[in-house]
Design a protein around this ligand. Structure first.
Ligand code: MN
Length: 231
């Protein structure tokens, strides 16, 4: 047989000024990183070491797009998150150096098939089918750190059809962005093109076809997504 498929195009995340594109190479995500969310998921919000999971870069969706309700779930959840883009990396990055590797920030959604995630969790199985699936990583525009400065605080808020569902402050993160980068660099050799979804505050919940999700973080461009009927 002759193989006919082509290499997929690079996944490009647009900067807010529309002048540059950030090729997304890998998507890392932090589990439970706000105490109130850990509690609502039935877990102790202690400062246990952070844990990580991943999504395919191809799960990226730009703001303004619609997402069809995904297959295999009856409990499709939003999770509003600060997303950090890396301009460089390495191994064993000290917390005090971590900020040097930040290219910028965006507003993100860690869309989740909660029923599949919780079943996997109960059975000690991987989270992949609950977390890593097509169009599960919507992102608002990328803001370069040269424009925003380092973001250690600021409101993060999610609304569904105009009703506030999640509301917190970035200073409530259990593990700071610098600490997350440092931890992750002990497990992976980080590099330019990696992005990190930093965890979600309390208030996660389901969406249905027809729902409009709006996520806001101070200083960053809003992320808007419409949920549509299953394909
Ligand atoms: Mn999450």
């Amino acid at each position: 047989m002759t193989l006919t498929h082509e290499r997929p195009p690079a996944v490009l995340w647009n900067t807010a000024d529309g002048k540059q594109e950030f090729p997304i190479v890998r998507i890392f995500c932090v589990g439970r990183n706000y105490a109130a969310h850990a509690k609502e998921m039935g877990k102790d919000p202690d400062r246990d070491p952070p844990f990580f999971f991943t999504k395919f870069p191809e799960s990226y969706v730009p703001s303004g797009d619609s997402i069809a309700y995904p297959p295999g779930t009856n409990n499709y959840h939003f999770e509003a998150e600060l997303v950090v883009a890396l301009s460089g990396g390495g191994k064993d990055i000290p917390v005090s150096d971590a900020h040097q590797h930040i290219a910028g920030y965006g507003v993100g959604l860690d869309m989740t098939r909660r029923d599949l995630q919780l079943t996997a969790r109960e059975q000690g199985r991987p989270w992949d089918t609950g977390k890593n699936f097509e169009r599960s990583a919507p992102l608002g525009a990328l803001h370069l750190v040269s424009e925003t400065g380092i973001l250690n605080s600021g409101s993060i808020r999610l609304m569904v059809n105009g009703k506030v569902k999640q509301q917190a402050d970035l200073r409530d993160l259990i593990w700071s962005v610098d600490e997350i980068i440092s931890h992750l660099s002990q497990l992976y050799e980080l590099r330019a093109g990696d992005i990190i979804m930093t965890g979600t505050p309390a208030g996660v919940g389901p969406v249905d076809p027809g729902d409009k999700i709006l996520v806001e973080i101070d200083q960053l461009t809003d992320l808007e997504i419409l949920v549509e009927k299953p394909e």
